[in-house]
Design a binder for this molecule. Structure first.
Ligand SMILES: Cc1cc2nc3c(=O)[nH]c(=O)nc-3n(C[C@H](O)[C@H](O)[C@H](O)COP(=O)(O)OP(=O)(O)OC[C@H]3O[C@@H](n4cnc5c(N)ncnc54)[C@H](O)[C@@H]3O)c2cc1C
Length: 263
């Protein structure tokens, strides 16, 4: 059970940051992951008064506040257009609508969970997280960092031409995924994020030369084979490493072909 001794609605990011420096204090997102934990928290820091619940569009990017919910990501027309529907696809199997109405993008990216669909897609989108103290950090670097006591305020998704596809494999719908895969085909190459390995998602560029003649069933299969050879997999109660390796080749190939179909 999660026990909270004191609740504070922070009135500034500085206040939230100062409070979160103490080990016994905790920042609240939607609290869905936190409430699965068995711990006692001194002060729970609520960010809901800090204006972090908006998705702003600029000519170059979407800037998404940390308190934006997964459901808002799923239903946002601008993000749908930018990602060709991949944003909604990446979250649609996360438990259910009521859950996604509460779970936040800040909690999802701060958590850097191994099973995260959200982290996988945002990696392929070349997202950058904004930390109150630490400033702007590419998500790929942030994902590899140890947990720091800072407030994640926003995630910025640059508008880039190209196509994006998201696919995941689950044993049962709404369960944690067995493997996640996001592919973005850009003018300067391909970004391929693979997660739930079961280790957290990582970005792979693959050998772009394999796609020099265009995306065909053969070149997509060769690219998927090559990317998969770079990925390390592990086993857990959902699947073994060999099964994940086999699935990875299929998801990367299908995601590439989906990008071509979209084009
Ligand atoms: C039963 C269950 C099933 C799930 N299934 C999936 C799934 O299939 N796929 C998937 O991708 N995800 C899944 N998730 C994860 C979920 O989507 C969210 O990522 C998770 O609940 C965290 O989001 P939250 O808003 O609830 O954060 P919280 O639980 O409130 O916080 C999580 C962590 O982030 C910290 N935190 C929150 N916001 C900030 C911030 N702005 N700055 C700094 N630190 C912050 C908190 O202190 C805490 O350490 C699942 C979670 C649960 C509980």
């Amino acid at each position: 059970m999660l026990t909270i001794k004191r609740y504070v609605r922070a009135q500034s990011l500085d206040e939230a940051y100062t409070l979160c420096q103490k080990r016994a204090n905790v920042v609240l997102g939607g609290m869905l992951w936190l409430k699965t934990q068995n711990r006692t928290v001194d002060t729970a820091i609520d960010l809901c008064d800090l204006g972090l619940s908006n998705i702003e569009e600029t000519p170059d990017a979407f800037r998404i506040g940390a308190m934006v919910t997964l459901r808002e990501l799923e239903q946002h027309p601008g993000l749908a257009a930018l990602t060709g529907g991949a944003m909604a696809e990446s979250v649609r199997s996360i438990v259910g609508v009521q859950f996604r109405n509460l779970a936040t993008v800040g909690g999802s990216l701060y958590g850097r969970f191994g099973f995260s669909d959200v982290l996988t897609l945002f990696l392929a989108l070349d997202a950058v997280v904004e930390l109150h103290h630490g400033g702007a950090v590419p998500l790929a670097d942030y994902a590899a960092r140890p947990y720091e006591r800072d407030i994640l305020t926003h995630v910025v998704v640059p508008k880039q031409p190209g196509r994006v596809a998201y696919l995941a494999q689950r044993n049962v719908s709404t369960d944690f995924p067995v493997l996640t895969c996001a592919v973005a085909v850009r003018q300067d190459g391909v970004r391929c994020a693979v997660g739930a390995r079961p280790m957290k998602a990582k970005l792979y560029e693959g050998d772009a030369a394999l796609l020099a003649g265009g995306i065909t069933p053969e070149s997509a299969a060769a690219f998927a084979e090559q990317v998969t050879s770079e990925v390390s997999f592990g086993s857990n109660l959902r699947a073994g490493a060999d099964y994940r390796r086999a699935i990875c080749k299929v998801l990367v190939r299908r995601a590439l072909l989906a990008c071509k179909e979209d084009a």
